[in-house]
Design a binder for this molecule. Structure first.
Ligand code: MLT
Length: 263
């Protein structure tokens, strides 16, 4: 399905009935990364996944993106679906977006699930890396981004023994347009420090991280869980930056029990 939001066509999936749970994907992926969650959780909940601008089947305007603008797009999807409040779940860049979302639309958030993300802004070195990645995308295309990103997203065991998973993730990355890749990179480089926000988060919060995540390691997850009042932390063994795809049962169990605890 799709909707006209903020002058763009945004694609989304809306499955099941019950408490709405919105899943926000990471960079440089799309809503298909949530397929195991849609399948498992839509039996009990209303599960919504959205292709952010620049991703999947949504429009990919050529311009600088911001985390706040992604948050505005998500609010547009909630309005389109007449959902006043939802559990908002984001992985990595999806988490950066949820910090912007909470800053502006806390009244729309029933609970937060923050997976493999961090509250700190980019370091100068991190920003320089974004610039270099945008240049690689510009000169060599999205295949070069897939080559760099795969080993950040998946743990060595997934890379070596799960060719279909590797192919699925590669396919999402190579489907990205240059506008989408560069827009995300500029948006992430410019995102503000969300550490001061953590203490003010007043909704139930679950933090999940892959034990082997090197991009946003368990130490980043611990920082969030120590500063967000009452937050729960779940570390998933045998997964790196995409525990929802690498260990879907463990990820879904964590989400399911969290949702049951707030229902
Ligand atoms: C993501 O998975 O969204 C990215 O790895 C986040 C980032 O590059 O900071």
């Amino acid at each position: 399905m799709d909707a006209q939001i903020n002058g763009l066509t945004l694609a989304y999936t809306d499955e099941g009935k019950g408490m709405p749970v919105v899943f926000v994907h990471g960079f440089p992926l799309n809503r298909n990364m949530w397929a195991p969650q849609v399948q498992a959780l839509s039996r009990q909940h209303r599960v919504i996944t959205v292709d952010l601008r620049g991703h999947g089947e949504s429009d990919a305007p050529l311009w600088r993106y911001t985390m706040e603008q992604f948050a505005d797009d998500l609010t547009g999807v909630l309005d389109h679906l007449s959902i006043q409040q939802a559990v908002m779940a984001g992985l990595s860049m999806g988490g950066y977006i949820l910090f912007a979302f909470y800053r502006k639309y806390a009244n729309r958030v029933n609970a937060l699930i923050l997976s493999d993300t961090r509250a700190q802004p980019d370091t100068d070195e991190g920003r320089a890396g974004r610039f270099n990645m945008a240049q690689s995308a510009y000169t060599q295309g999205s295949g070069a981004i897939a080559d760099v990103m795969l080993s950040k997203l998946l743990c060595p065991a997934s890379l070596h023994t799960r060719p279909e998973l590797v192919q699925q993730v590669r396919g999402m990355i190579t489907a990205m347009t240059l506008g989408g890749i560069a827009g995300d990179l500029m948006g992430m480089a410019d995102r503000p420090d969300s550490v001061p926000l953590l203490r003010t988060i007043a909704c139930p919060t679950l933090i999940i991280v892959g034990e082997l995540d090197l991009a946003t390691p368990p130490s980043d997850a611990r920082l969030m869980s120590e500063q967000i009042p009452g937050a729960q932390l779940k570390i998933i063994p045998g997964a790196a930056h995409l525990p929802n795809l690498e260990q879907p049962e463990a990820f879904n169990d964590a989400v399911r029990s969290f949702l049951a605890s707030i229902a």
